[in-house]
Ligand binder design. Sequence first.
Ligand SMILES: [Zn+2]
Length: 431
Amino acid sequence: VALAPLDRRCTAALDDAVARHAEVAFEFLERLVRAPSTVGHEQAALEVFAAQVEGLGLNVRRLPFPAGPVADVSAGVAPRLLDPGARYQVLATTQGTGPLRVLLNGHIDVVPAETPDLWTTPPFVPDRRDGRMYGRGTGDMKGGFALGVLALAALADVAPDLFGRARLGFLAVVEEECTGNGALLAARDGVLADEVVLLEPTDLGLLLGGVGVLWVDLEVRGAPAHAESAHRVVNPVDLGMRLVDGVRAWAAGLAQQFPDPALTDVESPYNVNLGAVSSGAWPSSVPPTATFRLRVGHPRAWTPSEAERRVRELVAALAAADPDVVREPLVRTTGLRAAGYHLDDAHPLVQTLADAHQDAHGHRPRSFSMGSTTDARTYLDFAVPAVCFGAVAHDIHGVDESVELASIVDGARTLARYLLLRFAGDEGPGT
Ligand SMILES: [Zn+2]
């Protein structure tokens, strides 16, 4: 493997530059965390990103992100937003024209932090302690933006002409956490490259694949009544929980029924997560309905449409077998309709990232798959190789989410070397 661009003097200067710019990158991360970017509220954080990359000399374009449904088999079901406003995504590129050789991708959206009282410090106030930064999105994945910006700042010092012959893009998308429509719409508009690196938190490993993910709501009917007759009627919460348990039992058998060599290391690939429940308004009334919001993991062999059909058939069968069901539950898709995906470990993109990591850290990174999804699937759909690589995060989607600050530096040292390998020679990734 040609590591010619990585001569010792160059990489030593690069590591010095990464260390020098680290504090600036951490402060950028703090500004990102202070801009809460849950779905529908992403624009302030996107402006923080745009200002930072403009400061590095990149050109910024704001790509309109239309409200409403997206007509595409791979699209997720668009969320209904109270104030859809004028939304956009941000594409930053190095100077020049022509196709992008490499696209860095990050999602600016974060999941909600609905129980701030449980956090040690408020979720949208970044706090540094014990070598970490805490806050919603520090790990998933604003820390990835800090990692990318840190690598580019260091390269601007050490190899200022690096992007003179081929262009780099850095795309900040929305809705990765709920539909994937951000990456999809940008890709459909031609925001593609020879290779894509998504700066998701991977513990400095290479995340190559994920399962299919389908979001569905089950709306279950009961028999509303006064509490004194609760023993004679069907409570939709109780009934719904039996149906949810049925879906879980079905999913638990999928790994055996559909063995997948790409997922052998994943302990429980096809989780059914009950993420939200809503029902009722009064302790002395049996509620009329209950809604169960599910995220269903499924085999890579299924398309989103096949997954939806199978879940609908399953719920119908479970309902038919339950004597308490008076009216078949409604099944509604509500967000992610993601197909599973995987990039081969032997792919040159994976190997070049591994070479870069080895040069920086003395060992090859772990490559793995997960029982979840990322926007990498979208690029693979467009026949563009894509890998996730990023920092060490803790408690993502949970309470007291954090990122290890040293891992942002470590990741930037790898990413900067990878970009040197890709841009310092004449040869593109295909050669
Ligand atoms: Zn993420």
